[in-house]
Design a protein around this ligand. Sequence first.
Ligand code: UDX
Length: 402
Amino acid sequence: MRIGIVGLGVVGLSTGVVLAEQGHEIVGVDIDQGRVHGLQCRRPPIYEPGLEEALNRNFERMKFSTDYSSLSDAEVIFITVSTPTVDGRIYLGYVFDAARKIKEVARGVIAIKSTVVPGTARKVKEITNLKVVSNPEFLREGNALHDTESPDRVVIGSDDKEAGDLIQELWSFTKAPVIRTTTDEAELIKYAANSFLAVKVSFINEIANLCERLNCDVNVIARAIGLDKRISPYFLSAGLGWGGSCFPKDTLAITSFARDVGEKLRIVEAAIEVNQERPFRALKLLKEVMGEVRGKTVCVLGLAFKPNTDDTRESVALKVVNLLRQEGAMVIAYDPKARSDVEMVTLDECITRADGVIIATEWDEFRGLEPKLRGKPVVDGRRVLDPAKMGQEFRAIGLGVR
Ligand code: UDX
């Protein structure tokens, strides 16, 4: 099949390379000339494990352009543009712009993969007069190719059976269970899934707060409750909270959408509030072990919003950095991939120069650092260190002082 992809970020590129691997012809379109040029030279604009290799393997079946007319004979066109938050609400302008441009040149079925609030696919249908399917993705950064090839489920929202069948056929190689729904339901499924996961993490983070008061260990609690199949062990790691390009944006989008239609998602709103407090928690623990931070050098280990990515969007680590600066600390940082305006140094230098250390992202290379860190004030914000190997000036999220 000839397949168009509009929006060449992590979702668009993962969709593109995975479908190219299945033998389809891919035409990728993006308004960002630099991005398109890079891809034409086989350079992906983002770091994602396996992406560059997959792009190279399938390069002869993939074309990239800024020109929408290259979509003219595509049978399916995925919309994978971003849907950022503006003034606390989802901004759908990029989706609608893409729809208008597609309408001018193409006749294929539109499949929306961007995360959009219920009713968006219906609006895109009104704009384009083409068949529109809602086909949300659930991929995690750092696992994007795997999650696209082997999803837990494929959701196909369609008010047109034939169009839905076509998209279902496209993903049949994944062998994943297929849920056929209306477009509104498919759009809501994505928000319900992400909100539930965000709630789960905020829930365990509240239990972590309680553990710190009770001299309990949240990891023990999480392990025990996670063995209950109804709860499951996933997304129960207490830490500095959730960041990234999805959870913060999507929880805001769905809570404001709910209010706009006259409902209040109280649990999701509470999860957001709990999450906003996490950087303050890190600072509180640091002050417990090193006193005031003013005039001192604090090393933040990890800036990415989670390991195995260079993405710092909505990263809690950067919120911690800002808090430390507001408190008058001098901040230095080390991250294997991510960069920011903080002074970046090597891991060893970061530890040597620091008066205090906060571990903000659970990169694998931070495990086993106990001998190097022992004796310094340290806050383990992601539970990567063994508390038994640390000294007195050590605090960890969800672990009371023993
Ligand atoms: C998420 C969803 O998992 C994915 O299905 C959706 O399509 C996009 O949003 P992603 O943003 O890549 O993917 O990150 P994910 O691995 O889900 O982690 C989200 C945040 O939660 C990270 O900041 C992570 O550190 C935090 N987290 C996750 C925890 O603090 N504890 C956990 O137990 C799990």
